[in-house]
Ligand binder design. Structure first.
Ligand code: FES
Length: 143
């Protein structure tokens, strides 16, 4: 199987079988963001304790790229310290610039590497990650 096909399958799997989709019943940091160019949106919730992202969930509406990226991001960020989560988001930005980065802890993210060839889709892929950055900033400001 070609790498592009494999990547497409991984993306569609996250889109059709989203990980961490839903909402927490009690307190969590909530970040609502939308993609102004298409109106798609994400509501990300993070549970942070002692500087560690214990859990993450999201809801939203969007294209397969934006929603699969949210699914992957929430999987990858669980158990990470806030510092590690920021590093993960920076790594994702590098991936979107076409840099050759590896996500050893959660390889599915690498399936989005092809997005950098389609500038209009980069905003789709980064929506969830921007929400993550904002959530970390909000958490740090609260402390
Ligand atoms: Fe709207 Fe992708 S087309 S987020």
């Amino acid at each position: 199987m070609q790498l592009d096909d494999l990547y497409r399958r991984v993306i569609m799997d996250h889109y059709k079988n989203p990980r961490n989709h839903g909402k927490f019943e009690n307190d969590a940091v909530t970040i609502d963001l939308n993609n102004p160019t298409c109106g798609d949106r994400i509501s990300l919730q993070l549970k942070v304790e002692d500087g560690v992202v214990k859990d993450a969930k999201y809801t939203g509406e969007g294209c397969s790229i934006s929603m699969s990226s949210a699914s992957m991001m929430t999987e990858a960020v669980k158990g990470k310290t806030l510092e590690e989560a920021v590093m993960l988001a920076s790594k994702f930005s590098c991936l979107m610039k076409g840099e050759d980065v590896e996500f050893e802890d959660y390889e599915d993210i690498e399936a989005l590497s092809g997005v950098n060839k389609f500038p209009a889709r980069i905003k789709c892929a980064t929506l969830a990650w921007n929400a993550l950055r904002k959530g970390i900033e909000d958490t740090e400001q609260k402390d």
